[in-house]
Design a protein around this ligand. Sequence first.
Ligand code: GRF
Length: 218
Amino acid sequence: MSADISPDGGSHGFRIAVLASGTGSNLQAIVDQLHGREGIEVVGVVSNVAGARALDRAERAAIETAVIPRDDFADRAERDDAIADWLEERDVDLVVLAGYMELLSPGFVRRFEDRVINVHPALLPSFPGLDAVGQALEHGVWVTGVTVHFVDEGVDSGPIIVQRPVSVPLDRDRDRLEEAIHAIEHVLLPEAIRLIAGGRVRVEPGSRRVAISPAATT
Ligand code: GRF
């Protein structure tokens, strides 16, 4: 995957959209570190939750927003089609799930195959699904972490792009662990987007492994 080149030869840059349901601290990290830089542009933010703080953050950065709630549609597939239409109309190269708290339907995943990524607060394949931090604390691991992966039709099961470990504090304090995980997310997610925008990430054919090519030296 690499930045699209329009037919007239001019680059339209690498266009990303973010799907978020809540606070949007990862969206903020993307806006602060990538938006309008290195040929990367955040062209839209979609939420399933009206009033999500992520929407305020987008509006403050003059990024177009849409609220597309599940209740407005007959079923999830129909709602996800509406989201996919909105994204395609904006010619999005990459869809970033940053705290998007719903599963995407198979039709959506097929329309954006290998173009949807998610940030998950654990070292997958450990602790997929909801409350990964709680699962890690409950299990008693001393190292957990952050994973950025491609989204497939399963729950947090797609090919892994990048991962970074985070130590669990000795007192197992949940707030401190969450803070440490968020700090790593805010570095790792932009890093993964940069790699993809630079055309350096591909899923190895016939496997679920991701290959990352070295940075070009000029
Ligand atoms: C993050 O911990 C992310 O890993 C998970 O949801 C949380 C979203 O946080 N998928 P924020 O809304 O980006 O602050």
